[in-house]
Design a protein around this ligand. Structure first.
Ligand SMILES: Cc1ncc(COP(=O)(O)O)c(C=O)c1O
Length: 303
């Protein structure tokens, strides 16, 4: 039907705290936090953040206090909300099981959210806690290092070479690590953005430089080295799209595999559209980054 040989890398089944791409990142991020002697972690994200859920579990296991400053959906000053407020469900519900201290703030820009996390970290430090701030989505050098390794893991698992690896991309370290890991090979990595922000390609370049600093075998890349497609974002970050819902339904009804409406379904929608347009050929690996708990926060599928 798609004219390609389609494989799926099941990071949705990695198992840790209900799976997803963030488990790999946390192996390195949490080791770094523990080595620093911190006892408290502060991060930020959307209220349905998969990263907050998995970070919360990792912190709980290691006796770290985990705080997350969250907003429902990004909303620059003066603009109308692009979606409904989030009900308690999905990742927000799971956060309570992992004892994440969730600090809900009004919707705004990502940089305001990061500033709010910074203020909270300062306040906790003033109370005597040893605080580490973890960036949005775990997208720093260690998040990317995890996916540099994951690229090599995939290569070792597959006889031959993939022509394409397609992944959802948002805060950037998943795509950065994969792109650096496959750099110089015949495999092309395509990131399908969940955010309407082309400047994330610059962020990925910056992350690749950070990665090269901790792992000299990894190349420092420029933003042009990243194939970053914004065509399937739909109405905006955090809002389900028609094409994404169709892709979600296609995967569910043909393979019995669930995607999530915000990241993996939009990425798969992009893969399907590119394959149908003849922009993909040969062997294609769809990196299933997880996110399925979000299904239980978004209600029934439209259409
Ligand atoms: C399910 C899922 N897929 C993909 C991504 C994108 O990964 P990254 O933030 O490393 O770009 C995220 C991150 O938020 C996610 O939760």
């Amino acid at each position: 039907m798609l004219g390609i040989e389609l494989w799926i890398k099941r990071d949705d089944l990695t198992g840790f705290a209900m799976g997803g791409n963030k488990g790999r990142k946390l192996e390195y991020i949490v080791a770094d936090i523990l080595a620093s002697g911190a006892d408290t972690v502060v991060t930020c994200g959307s209220s349905q953040s998969n990263f907050v859920r998995q970070l919360g579990a990792a912190c709980a296991m290691h006796g770290l206090e985990c705080h997350a400053v969250v907003m429902d959906l990004p909303r620059p000053d003066g603009t109308e909300p692009i979606g409904e407020p989030m009900a308690m469900g999905g990742n927000l519900l799971l956060d309570t099981y992992f004892r994440v201290r969730v600090h809900k703030v009004a919707d705004g820009g990502w940089s305001e959210l990061e500033a709010a996390a910074g203020s909270l970290a300062a306040q906790l430090a003033a109370e005597g806690k040893r605080v580490r701030i973890v960036p949005l989505g775990g997208s720093g050098p260690f998040g990317a290092l995890a996916f540099w390794n994951a690229a090599h893991e995939l290569q070792a698992q597959f006889e031959g070479r993939f022509d394409y690896v397609v992944t959802a991309s948002s805060s950037g370290s998943t795509q950065t690590g994969l792109t650096c890991g496959f750099h110089g090979s015949a495999t092309k990595v395509i990131g399908m953005s969940s955010d309407p922000e082309p400047e994330i390609a610059d962020d990925m370049s910056a992350i690749s430089h950070q990665l090269a600093a901790v792992h000299p075998l990894s190349p420092a890349l420029s933003s042009e080295d990243f194939t970053f497609r914004l065509d399937w974002v739909g109405p905006g970050y955090g809002v389900a799209s028609q094409a994404g819902n169709e892709a979600l339904s296609l995967m569910a009804t043909t393979e019995g595999i669930m995607l999530d409406p915000i990241y993996s379904a939009k990425a798969f929608a992009g893969l399907v559209a590119m394959a149908k347009a003849g922009e993909l050929s040969g062997s294609v690996c769809f990196w299933h980054t997880g996110g399925t708990p979000v299904l239980f926060a978004y209600g029934e599928i439209a259409g």
